[in-house]
Design a protein around this ligand. Structure first.
Ligand code: RI2
Length: 320
């Protein structure tokens, strides 16, 4: 079944990257809506909600995932028949997928303006949004080069250097711990985001906060490329972003871990970079200081605070 298959691929990181996860979830909900047979509207809704919950449960940190699911599921809201609900989901999913692709293109054009001819850029992990800015600057004829980190433990840096290489961009590949050593040669850091909180903090791949710290110390600008659907509406009411802790055997093989009974491997997949270390967040709606995250959440995600209040009340009652 498409939902289980997509959920498994997201969990195992065969599908990864906050934007890609969101698009894959939207596509899975669309295909699921199309495959669910004739039944009552209530049964259809229940089936779709079950699918939505399965997808959301796969990875807890990237808010692009619940945001995309929320956007697609609102297609059901006003439906009076199964057919209307089905069309609602399909339309919302297709619109989300194409607007998310357009968002990356707009971010590329805006982000590229912040890259100057001759710049040395440092990027961490593999972000479609961040790489799109770098590739666009190169396409515009700017002479740039890039430091790309390895990104332990899943080595997403290998995907990044392949993409940069294929674009013909001069790239230096470094281990994560070399960032401090090279930062004085760097003009600009560009990374992506899995979540942006209401106070402008950026949650991104583990190691990003160290990169930001090094950049801050060396007075190197730090730019984050993030579509508006990576901003976290629920942080408005105090909800915290959960940092995913992945299996220890991604860091240390089981056969070695078994010989070290006093050692526990910790494998947090993301960390939080405070707003004061970030110069700019490039969204498809424009480049903003991180302190404007609240405006993005209110204006562009379009979810009223009343909705959060009622959802919190529902959740509260549910937990009692
Ligand atoms: P785009 C990724 O998470 C990385 O942390 C990356 O910076 C972020 O998502 C945003 O990626 P993971 O799925 O949406 O590799 O810009 O854990 O591609």
């Amino acid at each position: 079944m498409i939902v289980t298959e997509t959920a498994d691929k997201i969990k195992s990181m065969e599908i990864r990257g906050a934007g890609r996860i969101a698009r894959a979830a939207a596509a899975a909900l669309r295909d699921h809506a199309l495959s669910v047979g004739d039944q009552s509207l209530a049964a259809f809704l229940q089936e779709m909600e079950r699918a939505a919950a399965t997808l959301i449960a796969t990875r807890p940190t990237a808010v692009s995932l619940p945001n995309a699911v929320h956007i697609v599921m609102t297609g059901i809201n006003a439906a009076k028949t199964v057919e209307e609900a089905r069309v609602g989901v399909v339309t919302r999913a297709d619109t989300f997928i194409s607007s998310s692709q357009h968002a990356v293109e707009r971010i590329a054009r805006i982000g590229a303006r912040h890259i100057r001819d001759g710049d040395v850029i440092l990027t961490h992990c593999n972000s479609e949004a961040a790489l799109s800015c770098i590739i666009e600057a190169h396409r515009e004829g700017k002479e740039i080069s890039v430091y790309a980190t390895e990104v332990r433990p899943r080595n997403q840096g290998l995907i990044t250097i392949r993409t940069l290489n294929d674009a013909g961009i001069k790239t230096m590949f470094i281990v994560d711990s070399a960032v401090r050593s090279v930062i004085n040669d760097v003009d600009l850091v560009i990374v992506g985001a899995d979540a942006v909180t209401v106070n402008g903090a950026v949650v991104n791949k583990i190691g990003t906060a160290q990169v930001a710290h090094a950049a801050h110390g060396a007075r190197v600008n730090m730019v984050v490329a993030a579509e508006t659907y990576k901003f976290a509406p629920r942080t408005l009411l105090g909800e915290l972003i959960r940092i995913e802790e992945r299996p220890g055997n991604e860091v240390l093989p089981d056969e070695i871990a078994r010989t070290l009974p006093y050692v526990t491997v910790r494998n947090p997949a993301f960390d939080v970079t405070p707003a004061e270390y970030i110069d700019l967040i490039v969204t498809e709606e424009g480049a903003i200081p991180p302190q404007m995250a609240y405006v993005i959440i209110k204006e562009y995600l379009g979810w009223g605070i009343e909705e959060f209040h009622s959802s919190l009340e529902v959740n509260g009652r549910h937990e009692e």
